[in-house]
Structures are given as C-alpha cells and as structure tokens.
Design a protein around this ligand. Structure first.
Ligand code: ADP
Ligand code: MG
Length: 289
C-alpha cells in the first residue's frame, strides 16, 4: 500500500545516510526540476584557507593581525580562516570593540582606536574608489577562483587577503548525476562574479553570484517558475532559502539551524546524496502508482 511504500522508501534512505522527514518530502524530491546549491560548504569544502596577503603600506603581519581582530567576533568561514592564518603565522591578534556585521558584505570593529572593516571588494568600492593596482590584483586573484576580502581603515583600503575554498571531492560527480537525472543544477553564491564563474567552470554548473541573502530567496523564486526546486545548504544564512524551496536539503556537516529547517538531510555528508534522494523518491513513487 501507499503508506507502506513511503515508509520503506524513507527507511531505505536512512540506511544510506539520507534523512527524509516524512512522506511529503519524499514525494516532492522526485518532482524537482532544478537543484540550487549554496556554494560554500556544499560544492566547496566550506573550509577556506588564506593564500595571499597584500599590504598597501605596512607589513603583511600587521594587515593580518588587524583583519583577524575584526573577524574575531564572526563565525563566518572566512573569519575562521583569517584567524587560523594569524595563529599559524604567530601573529598576535589585538582586541576589538564595537564589533558588528553587514550580512553578505563585511564585518566592522574598532581596533586600537581605528575604525576597521573587512569585506568584499564590492563593499570596499561602495565606500570609495579602489586604487587601480589594487583592483587589478583583486581581479587576477578572483579569476583563480579565490575569494578576496579588503581591509579598510576609516573607509580607506589598506590591503587584501585572498582565500581559497577547494571544491568538495564529490561535487563534480554530484552535478553530473543530477544532469543524468534530467535535473538542472545551479550554484548560488554571495561571492563575486569572477570567483563564482571560475569555480562553476571547474564544476560544470550554472552560477548566480553576488547574491545577498534576500537575493538567494528571489533566485529560488525565479527557479520555481519552471517547476519544483530543491535547495541544498549548510549554513545559518541558508535557512530562509531552505524554507523557501519546494524541498530543503541540509548538508550533514552543517549548522543545527539548517538541519532543523530542511525537509531532508545528507547525514552521510556526500553531495552525491542529492541525486540519490531524487532516485529514491522516483523509485518509491513508481511503486505506488
Ligand atoms: P556565501 O554565498 O559564500 O555563503 P556570504 O553571503 O556568506 O557568501 O558572503 C558573501 C561575501 O561577503 C563574501 O564573499 C565576503 O566577501 C563578504 N563577507 C561576508 N562575511 C564576511 C566576513 N566575516 N569577513 C569578510 N568578508 C565577509
Ligand atoms: Mg554562506
């Protein structure tokens, strides 16, 4: 009977490390026409590492120390990477006060009397024009698929830090499996367009970049015009997009908020689990009808 088929479908998922929260979620998975991935932590490892530091004046160590200070109150993956780099290089991190964040853009704080910000090149450019040589270095680093953040003091650029977040080993296979299933994979990212394009080209996926958290919701809405959409994410910022999708899928290694909001979860932490979920749903529906 139908409930029995659904129960056995859900149980089959559990055996493979795929959590499906109920029959409605199981049925919807097989119907999705597109799968939107939040880049960080789903298609990439979500563990960026500092690769380049450019100081316009002063030393790289000073630039790293100031950036790490501003980032010390942030739980963003970029913040963790910058703090790790400071520790690895034996750089003392000064104290920060008045710390705050602008979601999808920057973190701010006062360090030793100076009002500092670490944020995207786009945010830096909003504060004032970037020197041409700095803009050129940023473009070159982004073309390599790196994320660049700019340190500003009183709104003026002081230098940059580039970070690389490697693609997950299973990302290419996960995307290819979706295409074989006739589902359109799309990468959503708050990263800039050049970085997004460089990573997307490696993975063979369409990309929508420079999305603020609200833009990700709008992107899901647009994709839904062509049919049901699954959203795969792992972060606190992803919860609204997970909820807005026809079916939200949390990466197993992600935050509790993402796990709670989602309709399904890849407890085995494999991106290829998305196509497996879709296959499982279709097989279950075939048994019912
Ligand atoms: P993602 O789509 O990768 O989750 P986010 O929306 O979290 O991206 O961030 C988008 C961009 O905003 C980052 O690439 C970075 O330039 C900037 N940003 C966000 N948080 C921080 C932070 N803590 N420090 C520096 N830059 C940040
Ligand atoms: Mg994120």
């Amino acid at each position: 009977s139908t409930p029995a088929a659904i129960a056995s479908g859900i149980a089959a998922g559990t055996r493979r490390g795929l959590l499906i929260k109920g029959g409605a979620a199981l049925e919807m998975l097989g119907k999705v026409k597109a799968v939107a991935f939040d880049k960080t932590g789903t298609l990439t490892r979500g563990r960026p590492e500092v690769t380049d530091i450019v100081a316009l004046d002063g030393t790289e160590a000073d630039l790293l120390a100031q950036a790490a200070a501003v980032e010390s109150g942030s739980s963003h993956p970029l913040a963790r990477a910058i703090l790790d780099a400071a520790v690895a290089r034996g750089v003392a991190v000064p104290a920060v006060t008045e710390a705050s964040a602008i979601s999808g853009k920057a973190v701010l704080g006062r360090v030793g009397g100076a009002l500092l910000a670490v944020g995207s090149p786009r945010y830096a450019a909003e504060r004032g024009p970037l020197p041409a040589d700095l803009a050129g270095r940023i473009a070159a680093l982004e073309g390599q698929g790196k994320t660049v953040v700019v340190l500003l003091a009183a709104g003026r650029p002081r230098g940059l830090i580039a970070l690389r977040d490697e693609p997950r080993e299973d990302a290419v296979a996960a995307i290819a499996a979706l295409r074989r299933a006739g589902v359109r994979p799309v990468m959503l990212t708050g990263d800039n367009r050049r970085t997004g394009d460089a990573i997307a080209a490696k993975l063979g996926i369409d990309v929508q970049a420079e999305l603020l958290p609200d833009d990700k919701l709008a992107a899901i809405g647009r994709l839904k015009a062509a049919g049901p959409v699954a959203m795969v994410g792992d972060g606190i910022n992803d919860a609204p997009a997970l909820a807005a999708a026809s079916v939200g899928i949390a990466m197993g290694g992600g935050t509790d908020v993402a796990l709670e909001t989602a309709d399904a979860a890849l407890l085995n932490n494999r991106a290829t689990g998305v196509a497996e979920l879709i296959g499982l749903s279709r097989a279950t529906l075939a048994n019912i009808h």
